[in-house]
Design a protein around this ligand. Structure first.
Ligand code: HEM
Length: 219
């Protein structure tokens, strides 16, 4: 960043600001997928049973999970991204000539909720045909959570792996419950084009009494 900064971007203040923006790209996005995902799963515990089964089938140690074998967990990610996209508008790059100075965005959230593309769009249904057919990192024009074209998220493979491992570990180690009032609460806030889960929504987490992968030395 120091090497590429224009003269007006070279101050310490400007460099710190840019670093913080990069942190939003990497940290805020991932946490804004994990948190809603855990809420959706707490509301649909039947999927937790399936996901735990998948983890126990691929490892006997929660500290050594091969994320590439978590196909069901992978299918949960596009569903969480669809229902709660961290960014609500993305830029498409497809050869259309845009006048200088024009502000351009594509309606990522409208696509997420289009019943012609996703039947019963408000339902958390991770094993939809579309989700099962391709990994969350595959870019399509109907799923813009990671952007599109040359500007698409370069770290989406890392992000997907990280989110799958964190979610798997939490599900194996804890029982989760969402506060009942959450049903009637506003789900998220839109801050410009960033979507943030309502911090008033609470998840209760309790260490599982029966965890088949819990090692005695870690109990
Ligand atoms: C689920 C998590 C993530 C989501 C939903 C996400 C989403 C996105 C989107 C939509 C873009 C394109 C923005 C645009 O069109 O202007 C983007 C770009 C980018 N993302 Fe991510 N991202 C995630 C995780 C990460 C992580 C973990 C990192 C870094 C470790 C990262 C680094 C970047 C960078 C550097 C760019 C800019 C690429 C460029 O302009 O050439 N992202 N991300």
């Amino acid at each position: 960043m120091m090497e590429n900064a224009q003269p007006h971007q070279q101050s310490l203040h400007s460099l710190v600001r840019t670093q913080l923006v990069v942190t939003i790209a990497a940290v805020y996005t991932s946490s804004q997928v994990i948190s809603p995902l855990l809420c959706f799963l707490a509301e649909n515990p039947q999927y937790i049973t399936e996901l735990r089964k998948e983890v126990t089938e691929c490892t006997n140690d929660t500290e050594d999970i091969d994320s590439s074998k978590l196909y069901k967990m992978d299918a949960c990610l596009p569903e969480a991204l669809r229902l709660n996209p961290p960014q609500t508008s993305e830029l498409l790059k497809d050869g259309v000539v845009v006048p200088k100075g024009a502000l351009v965005a594509s309606p990522a959230t409208a696509l997420c909720m289009d019943p012609a593309i996703h039947p019963d769009p408000y339902l958390f249904s991770p094993f939809r045909e579309d989700n099962a057919r391709m990994p969350v990192t595959t870019l399509t024009r109907n799923k813009l959570a990671f952007g599109w074209g040359t500007q698409a998220c370069p770290e989406r493979f890392f992000a997907a792996k990280e989110i799958k491992l964190i979610a798997a570990r939490i599900l194996m180690d804890y029982d989760i419950e969402i506060n009942p009032e959450a049903q009637s609460m506003r789900r998220y806030y839109d801050v410009e084009d960033l979507r943030v889960l309502n911090p008033g929504i609470r998840l209760q987490m309790r260490r599982r009494a029966q965890n088949p992968l819990q090692r005695e030395d870690k109990a």
